[in-house]
Design a protein around this ligand. Structure first.
Ligand code: CP
Ligand code: NVA
Length: 308
């Protein structure tokens, strides 16, 4: 049984194996409808239990389709309907029940500690569907999308992130280390990655450069990533933060400085990207979103020991 909590805890070899499987599966079901099941129904009879303590559209839908396409089923729990959220039941007992009823648990939470607590008591795999410190299913899927569009291994590409030092960036940093790709980060000085992250970067093969200037950060980029300046439950002075990021907007002018670059964004979007860039041919955000289904299928297979 394997958990999927942080990319940094999974070997490069296993992450690559997940992507290879996702590519084969996506290709093999080209002519199938969303709810049709992959040949062999590898997760027939399996139940994915998912719970979102924070809003979600894509993660919810993509995990639902992922388990269905593998022949299993999904059940989404509402945290406000559980005893756990009102203090009426412990994580330990909740985890025991989840383990007896289901085969995998996907959790989106505001607490990294809660993921670890669940991991301690579950006897089924836990998947991190976004936490304050990372968004691993999103970023692994984004690596898939980049390679699919650019038709090259990501290690041969220059990736740029323009935006806040948030959960998605943390996972992108881990991906840069695992897949050995160059990553430029463009972010205002006061919002750059914290010491824990910079220490992690330094203690690994460092292909990451942090700039406080978006123009420098996009130089030579094959891919520009961005994300909302204000993340879910971000407890900051929102107006100030938005003002601080005003020079870090993805504009047509910025995109012109890196003519080969495509634009990716995990969604939902805010004001960090101009409408004309978001809706331009360079923007591949819809393809990026649907690929979550394909990669998460292989993540589920990895967790349940069924990866070919
Ligand atoms: N990108 C992403 O995780 O979207 P949701 O918040 O809608 O799940
Ligand atoms: N960084 C964003 C990602 C949303 C999918 C957030 O945490 O809100």
């Amino acid at each position: 049984m394997k958990h999927f909590i942080n990319l940094k805890d999974i070997s490069s070899k296993e992450l690559r194996k997940i992507l290879v499987d996702a590519k084969k599966r996506k290709y093999a079901r080209k002519k199938l409808n969303n709810l049709e099941i992959d040949k062999g129904a590898p997760l027939k009879g399996k139940l994915l239990i998912q719970m979102f303590e924070k809003s979600s559209l894509r993660t919810r839908l993509s995990f639902f389709l992922a388990i269905r396409q593998l022949g299993g089923s999904a059940l989404t729990l509402r945290p406000d309907e559980l005893h756990l959220s009102k203090g009426g039941e412990s994580i330990e007992d909740t985890a025991k029940i989840l383990s007896n009823f289901g085969n995998a648990f996907m959790l989106r939470t505001d607490s990294d500690k809660k993921l670890e607590e669940f991991k301690k008591y579950l006897s089924i795999p836990i998947i991190n569907g976004l936490s304050p410190s990372s968004h691993p299913t999103q970023v692994l899927s984004d690596v898939f999308t980049v390679e699919e569009i650019k038709k090259k291994t990501i290690s041969k590409l220059n990736i740029t992130w323009i935006g806040d030092s948030n959960n998605v960036l943390n996972s992108l940093i881990a991906a840069s280390i695992k897949f050995s790709f160059k990553l430029n980060i463009g972010c205002p000085k006061n919002y750059q990655p914290n010491q824990k992250i910079t220490n992690y970067i330094k203690s690994n093969k460092n292909m990451i450069t942090i700039y406080d200037n978006p123009i420098k950060a996009v130089n030579g980029a094959d891919v520009i990533f961005s994300d909302k300046v204000i993340s879910l439950n971000d407890k900051v002075d929102k107006n100030k933060k938005l003002r601080d990021f005003k020079n870090f907007r993805i504009s047509e002018e910025l995109m012109k400085l890196c003519p080969k670059a495509i634009f990716l964004h995990c969604l939902p979007r805010g004001t960090e990207v101009e409408e004309n860039v978001f809706k331009s041919k360079k923007s591949k955000v819809w393809q990026q979103a649907i690929n979550r289904v394909h990669v998460q299928k292989s993540i589920l297979l990895y967790c349940l020991g069924k990866l070919r």
